[in-house]
Design a protein around this ligand. Structure first.
Ligand SMILES: [Zn+2]
Length: 522
């Protein structure tokens, strides 16, 4: 279609040129070539004249000087007799007309309707550079060259589709997928260039300063980049060019690990960008068997708890994602050197708690709850202590009970407090367990989402019920000495699913110990 219009236009030019040169009906056969000087395009002569001749006859001959000529092209006609005639084609942007000026400086004006062809045709794209930013279209390397010296965006694009062309606004649209946005740039000296970036019709960013890099979203997806370039060339004619790219960012996934060395009892956070959950195919490591990824905003995240008894060593983590990408990481697990506590329990307490029924109850009601967590993250960054009191047992402490070594590793913190001391939820969550056990007494588990659970044991009173929603600081119970307990205290624990972690990392970013708790709790 473009070619046909171009051919038609050329005939209009041919006709116009010869007509005004000779001021009489001309013979197209007499022309051997036409050179359009500004674009250096030489075109062959041709036929189909009759239907365009009347069009030219409608034009008014005007000789006044009220024209606002902006730019012209010299149409150089070479005739059979080797005569050369020059006709100047002028785009009059103020009056939105196209004029011809002949060798006698006579001016002829095309109708507005016909002038539009000249404004729109690519042959004359050079004229718009003078007038206002223009598009330059090429097949492989798409360059939006609003003007070679005013505005330029370069990337590997295909053709832009011009969707609307009017006097006041030229709109073009392009859909493109970008896998590496580093090459995306805009240079413009046009002070009235504005970039509006939309995501699902919602404006997420505007940019007017293009001395900086082009804004690129932190996450993948489909975005509409709408460039509005206002002509600042003409005093009275303000034409806006709107170029809209739908850019689909689809970058190679990137993962970040919170640590490269990590202590036992801590947890490793893996954050992935530029991917969705379904793009993750597998994650393998010897640190832990099952790892789950969650969606947090525009990122995916996985938490790997480091069990207190995980052997210190360097561990590999391999993540496979779509398109056969393999992401390899390693993390060194460091010995936390947990303390050993010597406990003495009276035979009667041992008898009442260490029996099969007590463990059966625990297995039935306690352990299953530890395997369940909401995929939604309920908690925020602000964790608090359930209460502050003297630490009597640290997280991870090994135990000798009545001088006998055990495989036991203390799963939380023991905080010695008076019976009845209020116990608070450490963050937002849902109560997934609130009941009495022979082993742990009155016990509460809160699910904070995405595998994070908190535990409150040996309570005197249970102030929340199963499935209650709690927020940070809510009173959930009071300190007691129920279950296997040697005195009023709160056993407070946190875990990522079934692996207990040091609560101090969540609350203070470091373990809570007998040595530092007074400072931390201030
Ligand atoms: Zn304890």
């Amino acid at each position: 279609m473009k070619k046909i219009i171009t051919i038609i236009l050329l005939f209009v030019i041919i006709i116009s040129g010869v007509y005004y040169l000779n001021n009489q009906p001309y013979q197209v056969e007499d022309i051997t070539s036409i050179k359009i000087v500004n674009t250096n395009k030489i075109v062959e002569n041709g036929a189909i004249l009759d239907q365009y001749l009347p069009l030219l006859n409608q034009e008014d001959s005007v000789t006044d000087n009220n024209k606002d000529f902006t730019n012209g092209f010299d149409l150089v006609f070479t005739m059979k007799n080797d005569n050369v005639h020059t006709l100047t084609l002028v785009h009059d942007f103020k009056n939105k007309n196209v004029h011809f000026i002949n060798e006698d400086s006579e001016i002829f004006t095309l109708s507005k309707e016909d002038s539009l062809f000249f404004f729109k045709n690519e042959l004359f794209k050079g004229v718009y550079k003078k007038f206002d930013p223009n598009f330059v279209l090429s097949n492989k390397e798409m360059t939006l060259e609003a003007s070679s010296d005013e505005f330029q965006i370069s990337h590997t694009f295909d053709d832009l589709e011009i969707i609307e062309y009017s006097w006041d606004n030229i709109k073009a649209k392009k859909i493109n997928t970008i896998t590496n946005p580093n090459g995306l740039s805009v240079t413009t000296t046009n002070s009235s260039t504005e970039l509006l970036i939309y995501e699902n019709d919602k404006l997420i960013h505007t940019q007017t300063d293009f001395s900086k890099e082009l804004f690129v979203p932190e996450y993948d997806g489909a975005f509409d980049y709408v460039f509005k370039v206002k002509s600042n060339h003409q005093k009275e004619t303000h034409i806006t060019k709107t170029v809209e790219y739908q850019i689909i960012f689809n970058r190679k996934p990137v993962f970040e690990l919170s640590h490269d060395t990590i202590k036992q009892g801590h947890f490793l956070t893996i954050t992935g960008k530029y991917l969705t959950l379904d793009e993750i195919q597998s994650i393998d490591t010897l640190i832990i068997e099952e790892i789950e990824f969650y969606e947090n905003g525009h990122e995916v995240v996985a938490y790997i708890p480091i069990h207190a008894r995980t052997k210190p060593a360097i561990y590999d983590i391999k993540i496979k994602t779509e398109n056969k990408y393999e992401h390899l990481y390693s993390v060194e697990i460091i010995d936390q050197k947990f303390k050993i506590q010597y406990l003495y329990v009276t035979p009667s307490t041992m008898a009442s708690t260490s029996n099969a029924a007590a463990y059966a109850e625990y297995n039935k009601y306690f352990h299953p709850v530890r395997k369940v967590s909401n995929e939604k993250k309920f908690y925020d960054e602000h964790f608090i202590m359930p209460l502050t009191a003297r630490i009597t047992t640290e997280f991870g402490e090994g135990r000798y009970i009545n001088d006998a070594a055990t495989s036991y590793s203390h799963s939380g913190l023991d905080l010695a407090a008076a019976k009845g001391t209020p116990v608070h939820a450490i963050n937002h969550g849902i109560v997934t367990l609130s009941r009495h056990f022979a082993l742990t007494g009155n016990t509460i588990i809160i699910d904070h989402g995405q595998g994070l659970l908190s535990y409150y044991l040996h309570l005197d009173t249970l102030n929340v019920n199963l499935n209650d929603s709690v927020t940070t600081g809510d009173l959930i119970g009071t300190v007691g000495s129920t279950g296997r307990s040697t005195g009023p205290h709160l056993h407070f624990g946190t875990s990522l699913y079934t692996t207990y972690i040091e609560p101090g990392y969540l609350i203070y970013g470091e373990p809570i110990t007998k040595d530092n708790y007074e400072t931390l709790f201030q």
